[in-house]
Design a protein around this ligand. Sequence first.
Ligand SMILES: [Mn+2]
Length: 246
Amino acid sequence: MTDETIRPRAGARRADVRRTTRETDVRVVLDLDGTGEARIATGVGFYDHLLTSLAHHALFDLEIGASGDLHVDEHHTVEDVALTLGAAFRRALGDAAGIARFGEARVPMDEALAEAVVDCAGRPYTVLALAFRGERVGALPTQLIPHALESFAREAGVTLHLHAEGANDHHVAEATFKALARALRRAVADDPRRVGVASTKGSLGGRSTDTTLAAPDDEDAAVADVGTADVAAPRAGGAHKESPEP
Ligand SMILES: [Mn+2]
């Protein structure tokens, strides 16, 4: 190997996570090194649209199947899909060795403009300023969009700063997910000059180079890590069940 930009991966960055509660049953299959192929079926059409856009612009392959208590409302389904996607992201990223760690992007959609800045360091935090004007876009209540992003960040162990404004809520939401996608794509990309993790601590948050990963500081943010079949889910009654790598 003479080209330093070609760094073989220790393993595929894929995860297959299932999360089941009395309210929802969610399965997420995620490949961080995909082509943007998405098959999303949450039962909430505009949410499918946003998640499809996320996968497409992040170049993640993403399959999401969810059946939830939509007869109650969209809340549990939207939240639990986001939690499961976050868990899959964290698991797929593994020890995060060799990645850029930080990413940012600004994406317009007609009159709307969104900015995303992310840190994939195992530190769940969200700062959101999303200027929605109405109560819903299609079947998705706009107030669930920040809730979904917070839920994703918590389980993914990602710091998210997202700002977006515009006259049309569909545009604001879509630009937000596209900006998030582009920022995540950059953050998880290889830094060919980086040996090990991009942290002076030597580990990123709860991640380490060991196969048994330490829990993050915030117990609420705990997710099933490598070798863990079941852990308590953040919302009552849930558990992640992670399929073994193929
Ligand atoms: Mn909730």
